[in-house]
Design a protein around this ligand. Structure first.
Ligand code: NAP
Length: 303
């Protein structure tokens, strides 16, 4: 048997609980993975609460979790690149909070030996979201990029990838996170008073913006910057995005994108902050924490 977190109705974090289920059967083109780490995203909490039920309805009993790292325990027919025992990381659709999962072989890559499990488990969703946003904005040397929500899961990846590409990066956060942002290579800006004035004081030549977090305040300040539409994007769902004509980005996941993130990690451009780790039985606490909206870096479940 294999332990997995499920929910059987929409609701608060308390609807999550761990149950025993059969280990998934291996099928052609897939691998079965013993999960060592699973990233927790704000989306998981929205999915659990029913906030996104029109776009993505749950099928009860519903599992969850989109990013993971672990060891392969079985390989299906046609899988040539991996064998039993290979350490991998990758993405899935709503099944990572579990001891075992079945995943298509084109959604996993080898985990570098030097990468700890917890860090390997949080790259494949948040990292790829940040990477997609920077690609859409064509971030290049000479850019001055603002990242709203720079201390969070997506924001901290976006800062570091943009710095690696030669951009100057301004990151918004509470003062308590400013030393952290500096350590990632960003110029920190406080959003708790006059955000727009603070952005102008940090740089007079802002050329692009990613909104990862920050809500209405971030959207309104961004629109005041008067940038071309092609140079502003958000990964967060917010009604103001449509009204202010800010492009909303959906993550484009691919093995090439994931391999590029691993390359940046191995070259020392990416450091991954693990705010807290939880067991499968503590998924409720993990969701309560992600819902505060003030996690620095990433939360991880270690099954
Ligand atoms: N489109 C997609 O495919 C996709 C994929 C993944 C994620 N997402 C979305 O991307 C968004 C960000 O995800 P995430 O994982 O980065 O979230 P997160 O980790 O929960 O973000 C938390 C961070 O937001 C910061 N924050 C809170 N209020 C802020 C404010 N007013 N201004 C600036 N920063 C603020 C916090 O820093 P302080 O503590 O300093 O405030 C904290 O570090 C979510 O809406 C998520 O659903 C979209």
């Amino acid at each position: 048997m294999s332990r997995a977190v499920i929910f059987e109705q929409y609701g608060g974090p308390e609807v999550l609980h761990a149950v025993d289920r059969p280990v998934p059967q291996v099928i052609p083109g897939h691998a079965v993975v013993r999960v060592r780490a699973a990233g927790v995203q704000p989306f998981d909490a929205m999915f659990r609460s029913g906030a996104v039920r029109e776009r993505m309805p749950a099928r009860f009993p519903q599992t969850l979790g989109n990013e993971f790292a672990g060891e392969i325990t079985a390989v299906g027919k046609g899988v040539a690149d991996f064998e039993v025992g290979t350490a991998v990381l990758g993405w899935t659709m709503q099944q990572a909070y579990s001891e075992h999962l079945s995943v298509a072989a084109d959604q996993i890559v080898r985990k570098p030996q030097s990468m700890p499990w917890a860090e390997a488990g949080v790259i494949s969703a948040s990292g790829q979201t940040a990477s997609t946003a920077l690609e859409v904005l064509h971030i290049r040397p000479g850019d001055t990029l603002v990242v709203h929500g720079a201390a969070g899961g997506v924001g901290s990846f976006a800062v570091q990838i943009a710095v690696a590409r030669g951009a100057k990066v301004i990151g918004t956060a509470r003062p308590a996170n400013h030393a952290y942002l500096r350590s990632l290579g960003a110029i920190p800006v406080d959003y708790t008073d006059d955000l727009l004035a603070n952005l102008h004081a940090a740089a007079d030549n802002i050329t692009a913006v990613v909104i990862a977090a920050g809500g209405e305040q971030a959207f309104l300040a961004t629109s005041e910057l008067g940038l071309e539409r092609s140079r502003v994007a958000t990964v967060a769902f917010h009604p103001l995005a449509q009204r202010l004509e800010i492009q909303q980005i959906t993550t484009s996941r691919s093995l090439d994108r994931l391999k590029e993130l691993i390359r940046l990690y191995e070259q020392g451009f990416l450091s991954i902050e693990i705010a807290r780790t939880f067991s499968l039985g503590e998924a409720k606490q993990a969701h309560a924490l992600i819902e505060t909206g003030h996690v620095r870096g990433k939360i991880v479940i270690l099954p």
